[in-house]
Design a protein around this ligand. Structure first.
Ligand code: GLC
Length: 433
């Protein structure tokens, strides 16, 4: 069976984002920022205060970092050496789900199980030393309400996490209880930050001219330093970093796949932007569009991942062997070369739309910071697997920056801050003590 050509063209055009649409999105994003600065409740973005500004780059000492927020948890023991330098002393990383063995994020999992698992990883990194005092920075990458740098209450799970007993709780209280159950009283959590904030701290520790930090991975979100906010309970320089939680940005043009996926997601109506752009969701949209092309509308291709999309896009073999293999193994279909090409084109269209929309949000922030005046030279720091590894993403960000900023695009680039969500936690701990 070959795909219906008209249907295919229609699906592709639904995943396109023209320059005009991007400009509109960037404007709406800036507008929502302005509304949120006056009253966060009126904006679709939560604009959460982090109680931390920028580091000096000279923070020093040994700190633990707990990086929690995606499919893997990492605990790292860092030595911060100043002048933007740091060393990893010890490092452990474990997935939160191992099929057939355990699952700490699905329905049916509990806070106690999840935090006991985190305490065990911390114990591994301190090698069972229950004497030496360790200060710990915690990157907790979910929308959390804070009234100082250390107390963060989870507002709502995102990224399809569903562990019972964490929403509404102060996460470091849960962590402290778990550490206590394990007999660890020498690890002192002193800071909780979002992963976007961690990326900004980490990049600003090493470079000047960084004001925006972003995660482009399983989830998507961005923060920036807002110069007008100073709070006596905050630490750091230059104002306060606001975690936008812009995954929840709403003023967009969702297509019918976006809408249909949202309806069947864990939290319908929430995280509409994230559901259009991040790795956790792009493969869902891809799967839904493919099901339509294969005329299997009610089928859900559970096994399809963003990594498959990346492999599909990178296949340069003449017979698209890799594409054929993925289509066979993950969705149980065989397709002719013409259709394999279309499948590749569809994956690319979804990724390109994502990169373009994410860029529009960066431009909204850049415009807001420029406040009608000249755009400052700056780097937007980004970490995450989609940014780092997905083909087409970085070049399409660059292209979209040029479309939206014209000549000013010369002043702006995105830089990879690999591992920033770990290092940033250590820096936040150093800033806190
Ligand atoms: C989700 C979370 C947000 C986090 C992002 C990237 O959007 O709500 O807090 O920064 O994922 O991990």
């Amino acid at each position: 069976m070959a795909f219906d050509e008209m249907k295919f063209q229609e699906v592709i055009s639904e995943f396109s984002a023209t320059t005009e649409m991007l400009r509109e999105t960037a404007k709406n994003f800036q507008k929502d920022l302005q509304i949120g600065l006056k009253d966060p409740k009126s904006s679709s973005m939560r604009m959460l205060k982090s109680y931390v500004g920028l580091p000096t780059g000279n923070e020093k000492g040994e700190f633990l970092a707990l990086d929690f927020g995606g499919t893997n948890v990492r605990v790292i023991r860092y030595s911060l050496e100043g002048e933007g330098h740091s060393k990893i002393i010890r490092h452990v990383a474990e997935p939160l789900i191992v099929a057939g063995k355990y699952d700490y994020v699905g329905k049916g999992s509990t806070a106690e199980q999840m935090f006991d698992f985190l305490a065990k990883l911390i114990d591994d990194v301190i090698e069972g030393d229950h004497e030496t005092k360790f200060y710990l920075g915690h990157t907790f990458s979910f929308p959390s309400e804070q009234d100082d740098l250390n107390n963060a209450k989870l507002i709502i799970w995102t990224k399809e996490f569903a562990t019972a007993g964490v929403e509404g709780k102060v996460v470091n209280d849960l962590l402290l209880e778990a550490l206590k159950r394990r007999g660890i009283e020498n690890v002192v959590p002193v800071a909780v930050i979002n992963d976007t904030v961690a990326v900004l701290l980490s990049a600003a520790y090493k470079h000047s001219d960084v004001y925006t930090g972003s995660i482009y991975a399983t989830g998507h979100n961005t923060c920036y330093i807002e110069e007008s906010i100073h709070d006596p309970k905050g630490v750091g320089k230059g104002g306060m970093i606001l975690n936008l939680e812009c995954g929840n940005f709403m003023n967009l043009n969702p297509n019918r796949f976006d809408m249909a996926f949202d309806r069947k997601s864990e939290k319908p109506g929430e995280q509409r932007f994230e559901k259009m752009v991040s790795g956790r969701y792009m493969c869902e949209l891809f799967g839904m569009a493919l099901a339509e092309l294969f005329e299997e509308e009610n089928k859900h291709y559970d096994d399809l991942t963003a990594v498959d999309m990346s492999m599909i896009i990178s296949d340069v073999s003449e017979d698209l062997r890799k594409v054929a293999e993925i289509v066979k193994n993950k969705i149980g279909q065989t397709a002719e070369l013409e259709d394999l090409k279309k499948i590749q084109e569809l994956a690319a269209a979804i990724v390109i739309r994502s990169a373009r929309l994410v860029t529009a949000s960066y431009v909204g922030i850049i415009w807001q910071r420029a406040n009608g005046g000249e755009i400052q030279p700056q780097h937007v720091a980004v970490d995450g697997s989609v940014y780092e590894k997905m083909p087409l993403v970085q070049e399409n960000i660059k292209k979209a920056l040029e479309e939206l900023l014209g000549k000013d695009a010369e002043k702006v680039d995105t830089i990879l801050d690999n591992g920033g969500s770990g290092l940033g936690a250590a820096i936040a701990a150093a800033m806190a003590v």
